[in-house]
Design a protein around this ligand. Structure first.
Ligand code: NAG
Ligand code: NAG
Ligand code: NAG
Ligand code: NAG
Ligand code: NAG
Length: 468
């Protein structure tokens, strides 16, 4: 049964012209990503967002259907200028004006648009094409802002979400420094813009990634925002840290201060924890995902506000990633498992974003079984839902890598029978992954492949495996 059925009766519409100050909201927001083949309608999705008691919603474009549906709700809204739109907007005020007209003025103020985010993690890509976009980022933000000012709109902030790869160093937090290739050319003008317009520094920040690449040196409790007695004292600043998120946030504060900006407020445009992943991915499970997000909500909705060690008492607008598991995202298994809801709308675990529910009021969670690295053999086989045509071409790709990857599939050889596409592709995936993993090969094949710890070998056909 989908969440939608539970909540049809919880429809709470607030007064249409309710306007509140955007910037100091301490209600938690949700990232509503749509890269899934099976997602509920926009209408049902917004009902789910209300049911989860979110205060705001962030979308990755300015989808008019969603913006229309959000009109008259009490959800604050963050919309996005897409990366490919930035250069045009930067080059002509007319284009910026048109963008604001189509995507903001058509819905505002009934739809409570409060943030316009220009691009998504554009500094994480460094092709020549993206370097052109870098140069145009701040000019585009200026033009959007100029247009808002011309319409006397002052409660919409303009920002851009950046990922942790903008840093040269993040540890200890006092050592936080922006990458040298962007520091003067992009970060300085960006900070000047954010400071002048009293906007926020939007950060996509994932303690999960920091912890999962260093699980031996960072404790899981520290990453999950659990209250423990472990703490870390920054040797330069003397500040005491009791969780990894605060460390990561403060590295931004220190990096900004080094460039002369010590009052720009922080916002967390994305954070979260994956509820599942591949066998070679540690700590991605429902228990940890629910624990991180619940602790995050508690921390970010505390009154008075907690802030961070470098900024005690500051309010940090926060958007959890993500509403849904998105089955069309590429990359390792975790990428498709950041949701609080399954792709079909069913909750994965209980969560209340209002901050009103204490941890003890949730039912027990399924125990975590992968908080230590998996040790054993892993095979790579066809995912259940694989598409036949695509599978044929993936099989061709795997076998085309040579080095004997598919020798056992030749007529008369030990894996030729049964003559089925699923069987041959599974063998080829396992063989390819085992052979080329050392060179960066993954068990993914555009979502056609998945890892398994159940040995798929049959008869005298032995599938190659990867040993973790
Ligand atoms: C700060 O970063 C620099 C450069 O990355 C490094 O050499 C130095 O050891 C760091 N300082 C501390 C206290 O870790
Ligand atoms: C940032 O803004 C404040 C307040 O408007 C101003 O006093 C300060 O000089 C600005 N900082 C920089 C480095 O421009
Ligand atoms: C923290 O330390 C105190 C005193 O040593 C102890 O009583 C308490 O149980 C500890 N708390 C945790 C969560 O470990
Ligand atoms: C929080 O809980 C209290 C008491 O149960 C309730 O009166 C209040 O309306 C709740 N607030 C929100 C935002 O749900
Ligand atoms: C594939 O075969 C070539 C030539 O024998 C060899 O140089 C290369 O290292 C092999 N690659 C792998 C991943 O086994």
């Amino acid at each position: 049964m989908s969440l939608f059925f539970y909540i049809t009766w919880v429809l709470v519409l607030s007064s249409k012209f309710y306007l509140a100050s955007a910037e100091t909201s301490d209600k938690i927001g949700i990232n509503y990503g749509k890269l899934g083949s099976n997602l509920p309608s926009s209408y049902q999705s917004i009902e789910s967002i209300k049911f989860l008691k979110a205060g705001s919603v962030k979308i990755y474009d300015a989808n008019p259907e969603i913006l229309k549906l959000l009109s008259g709700t009490d959800l604050k809204v963050s919309i996005m200028v897409q990366n490919h739109e930035i250069i045009d907007i930067a080059s002509k005020q007319k284009v910026a004006d048109q963008w604001v007209h189509d995507n903001v003025l058509s819905f505002y103020p009934e739809t409570m648009i409060r943030f316009i985010l220009v691009g998504n993690e554009i500094l994480s890509q460094s092709s020549e094409e993206y370097k052109q976009i870098w140069k145009n980022l701040v000019p585009a933000m200026h033009r959007i802002k100029k247009c808002l000012n011309a319409h006397n709109i002052h409660n919409i902030k303009v920002g851009t979400p950046l990922a942790m790869d903008i840093f040269q160093t993040t540890f200890p937090p006092s050592n936080g420094t922006f990458r040298s290739d962007i520091s003067a050319s992009v970060m300085e003008p960006l900070l000047q813009f954010l400071n002048r317009t009293k906007s926020f520094f939007f950060l996509d920040v994932y303690p999960y990634f920091a912890w999962s690449t260093n699980p031996k040196t960072i404790s899981l409790d520290f990453a999950l925002l659990r209250e423990t007695n472990t703490s870390y004292t920054d040797p330069n600043s003397g500040l005491v840290y009791t969780n990894l998120l605060d460390q990561m946030l403060d590295s931004v504060i220190f990096a900004m201060a080094k460039l002369g900006y010590s009052d720009i407020r922080l916002a967390i445009s994305e954070t979260g924890w994956p509820n599942a992943g591949d066998f070679d991915q540690i700590g991605a499970n429902i228990y940890n995902a629910a624990t991180y997000n619940r602790n995050l909500i508690k921390k970010m909705t505390s009154k008075p506000a907690l802030g961070t060690p470098a900024r005690p008492g500051s309010i940090i607008p926060t958007f959890i990633f993500s509403l849904y598991d998105e089955n069309q995202k590429t990359g390792p298994g975790t990428e498709r498992h950041w949701g609080m809801l399954h792709g079909n709308g069913v909750p994965i675990y209980e969560i209340d974003l209002s901050g009103n529910r204490s941890l003890s009021q949730y039912r027990p969670l399924p125990l975590a079984h992968n908080n230590v690295p998996y040790k054993g053999k892993v095979w790579c086989v066809v995912a259940r839902s694989a598409d036949l045509l695509a599978l044929t071409s993936a099989l061709g790709y795997a076998c085309g890598q040579g080095n004997g990857t598919c020798d056992a599939l030749v007529p008369g050889q030990r894996c030729y029978q049964p003559l089925s596409l699923y069987w041959h592709a599974s063998y080829a995936f396992s063989s390819y992954w085992a052979k080329f993993m050392g060179k960066g090969a993954t068990c993914y094949f555009n979502g056609l492949a998945q890892q398994t710890i159940i040995n798929p070998s049959r008869g005298n056909c032995r599938f190659p495996s990867v040993t973790l």
